[in-house]
Design a protein around this ligand. Structure first.
Ligand SMILES: [Zn+2]
Length: 270
């Protein structure tokens, strides 16, 4: 599943390909009904026709194309990819939507599982509804981060995954960061000291930036940021049964929080 580093890499790829400043000339959607909302959805997207892309932004895993009238939200779901096509290249298998922009720049949404969401919104606020500050946003200071967890009695792991508190921390990055600062995923949020929260924010950024740098240095031969099965190399924690804590060299334990499996060390994470 694409996480923040993959989504940010996709945003940078689309900017490198020069989509900002171009206008949507044509949109062709696959001739199938879109899955009902809740899984993937392509909705109201005809509204982007004739609109120019002014900028391409990201918050958490949501990319937003700010248009000269409205906003287009792009969420890649589990398997969505946006590929800029060569001039004589036909649309690949599993193309769900094909966009032609100024000067015949074509972009295909390729999505085998059809869980990606492309949506038109009137305003940026609507497109970013329910999302807290982005994990890499410099405006998210240590103090503001601490404030977001103050008075909360839930365990820290599910809170970190709650995108309305901080956007863009996925399951593997939450585990990675908690391990780096030696906090157990089942620790109650109101039991964690201020300094540990500040260290946690730095650890979250460090692990996300590390993964981002890895993806950027492993682009495919078309300059696209799509990596297959390399996620172990981006992480300190090996997410496999029987793997060991890199500090204590004892087996990691697993436990589910809100349905998501956490890997952690019962010895050094308290
Ligand atoms: Zn350990």
């Amino acid at each position: 599943m694409p996480e923040l580093p993959e989504v940010e890499s996709l945003r940078r790829y689309l900017i490198r390909e020069g989509i900002v400043g171009r206008t949507f000339d044509q949109i062709v959607l696959e001739d199938k009904p879109s899955p009902i909302s809740g899984t993937g959805a392509i909705s109201r997207i005809a509204n982007v026709k004739g609109r120019k892309i002014k900028s391409l932004e990201r918050r958490g895993k949501q990319i937003v194309a700010v248009l000269d009238g409205g906003v287009m939200g792009l969420h890649m779901g589990m398997t969505g990819q946006l590929n800029v096509l060569g001039s004589d290249e036909s649309a690949p298998r599993f193309t769900r939507a094909l966009f032609t922009l100024t000067n015949d720049l074509r972009i295909a949404l390729v999505d085998p599982r059809r869980w990606a969401k492309l949506q038109y919104f009137e305003t940026l606020n609507q497109a970013l509804k329910g999302l807290g500050p982005d994990a890499l946003d410099p405006d998210l200071t240590g103090d503001r981060f601490v404030q977001s967890f103050r008075g909360r009695t839930a365990q820290i792991k599910p809170l970190l995954l709650n995108q309305s508190i901080i956007a863009g921390v996925g399951n593997i990055y939450a585990d990675e960061s908690l391990h780096r600062v030696k906090i157990s995923p089942d620790r109650r949020a109101d039991d964690i000291p201020t300094d540990s929260y500040k260290a946690l924010l730095l650890a979250i950024r460090e692990s996300l930036e590390h993964a981002l740098a890895f993806i950027q240095s492993n682009l495919d031969d078309r300059g696209r940021p799509y990596i297959v099965d390399a996620h172990d190399e981006r992480m300190h924690l090996l997410r496999k049964p029987g793997s060991f804590c890199p500090r204590c060299e004892i087996p990691l334990v697993t436990q589910k929080f809100s349905g998501r499996t956490a890997y952690f060390c019962s010895n050094c994470q308290k």
